[in-house]
Design a protein around this ligand. Structure first.
Ligand SMILES: Cc1cc2nc3c(=O)[nH]c(=O)nc-3n(C[C@H](O)[C@H](O)[C@H](O)COP(=O)(O)OP(=O)(O)OC[C@H]3O[C@@H](n4cnc5c(N)ncnc54)[C@H](O)[C@@H]3O)c2cc1C
Length: 367
């Protein structure tokens, strides 16, 4: 029987914790989540999970087989939650995506993986001020996930399975975990998002360079929209910023959030008012339904980027006196933390089996 500590209470840590408790029912004696921020906290823009869209629109390219597998597993999980557990905050929504024709169709449309696929008509493209000679579009049934509802739903499931939660000040080094809990855990899950590089600066200094923020900026409006909408590459006439795009996610409780931007390497928390003006004008141009949208809030948050993509693997660190710290990492997922959360957590479980033994629960996929 093992003692497991999960560091991080974002969607990556919480989903990993829940899946571990569900799969290793008879192997885990105690699972504790330690984190400096928790669902319900909105004071830290580097605690990413509360600020997300959050939708499902896989970014994986056709050759990123592992990422496709993670995203597929999560789509199937969200479909099940939306139908059977609406209290999870996961709701089915039509997603409309438009892009330049030269970018082609994503894997999930080509493979006919998602539900209810329809190709956009030229009439809709014209209605949305997109030139049918240059742009194409499609729609399918995706999801809207209300972050705070979903993450609290995960915590309630974790607690029901005996998991413990504890707020702690930010750890300086991953090995501090031993002093904080007062014992050497059999397994640690490192799900510390954009701060993961700092936590590993002594053991793996190269990770400090690899992990980087990707700043996002969001506007909130009161008006509703009955679908999600994304334009990945904006028409040149907008003179938008090079890293700007349009995405609109309605909220289950009403209103929409509108983005956005992918600004690599920017750690700041300042709202750029010029960018806000550009975001709302781009939105009004392509979404006539929101022509009179009224903005009531704007914010920024940092996606946890990493050179080489998400890191999900086991590390065994020597920490003196013949002792070692077993750590399975799950950080660096960038802008895809929700849409791949379940698949990533399953991969954490597979890696954990090298420490905990074979899972007793059923693992839905193998790598
Ligand atoms: C504007 C925006 C829109 C987005 N939209 C989407 C979307 O539509 N779909 C999607 O899939 N994803 C989306 N994302 C991305 C998604 O939000 C992230 O990928 C995801 O939240 C990352 O979760 P995480 O658990 O890895 O990290 P985080 O949520 O940042 O969690 C890290 C946790 O670790 C804790 N922690 C960190 N350092 C320490 C330390 N030293 N000591 C103790 N605790 C520590 C923190 O307190 C926190 O609890 C969006 C992101 C942004 C910014």
């Amino acid at each position: 029987m093992s003692k497991v500590v999960v560091i991080g209470a974002g969607v990556s840590g919480l989903t990993s914790a829940l899946c571990l408790l569900q799969l290793y029912t008879d192997r885990i004696r105690e699972l504790t989540i330690l984190s400096s921020e928790w669902p319900g906290d909105y004071h830290a823009h580097d605690y990413t999970s509360p600020w997300a869209g959050a939708n499902w629109a896989s970014f994986a390219s056709k050759d990123q087989v592992e990422q496709i597998q993670r995203d597929k597993a999560s789509y199937l999980k969200f479909r099940q939650l939306a139908k059977k557990e609406p209290e999870s905050g996961v709701k089915e929504y039509t997603s409309k995506i438009f892009n330049l024709k030269e970018h082609g169709l994503p894997w999930y449309i080509e493979q006919d993986f998602v539900d209810d696929i329809k190709i956009a008509t030229d009439a809709e493209l014209r209605y949305r001020n997109l030139d049918p000679a240059l742009y194409s579009g499609f729609e399918y049934t995706g999801f809207t996930i209300t972050p705070n509802v979903y993450n609290n739903y995960l915590i309630s499931k974790i607690r029901k399975l005996g998991g413990k939660v504890k707020r702690v000040p930010r750890l300086n080094d991953i090995t501090d975990v031993v002093d904080v809990v007062g014992y050497l855990p059999d397994l640690v899950i490192n799900a510390t998002g954009v701060n993961a590089g700092k936590l590993l600066k002594n053991l793996e200094p190269e990770e400090l360079k690899k992990v980087y923020p990707v700043k996002g900026q969001i506007l909130q409006v009161f008006e509703d929209l009955p679908f999600q909408l994304m334009v990945d590459t904006l028409p040149e006439e907008h003179k938008a910023l090079p890293y700007q795009f349009l995405n609109i996610f309605p909220r289950a409780e009403g209103g929409c959030i509108i983005g956005g931007v992918f600004k690599k390497g920017d750690w700041t928390n300042t709202v750029d008012s010029k960018l806000s003006e550009s975001i709302i004008s781009v939105c009004k141009r392509h979404v006539p339904e929101l022509r009179s949208a009224s903005v009531y809030n704007s914010y920024t948050a940092l996606r946890p980027g990493r050179e080489g993509g998400v890191r999900i693997e086991l590390s065994q660190y020597a920490i003196g006196k013949g002792k070692k710290l077993n750590v399975v990492h799950n950080y660096g997922i960038g802008g895809a933390g929700y849409q791949s959360s379940y698949g990533s957590a399953m991969e954490v479980c597979l890696n954990a089996s090298r420490v905990l033994g074979s899972p007793l629960g059923q693992c839905p996929f193998k790598l």
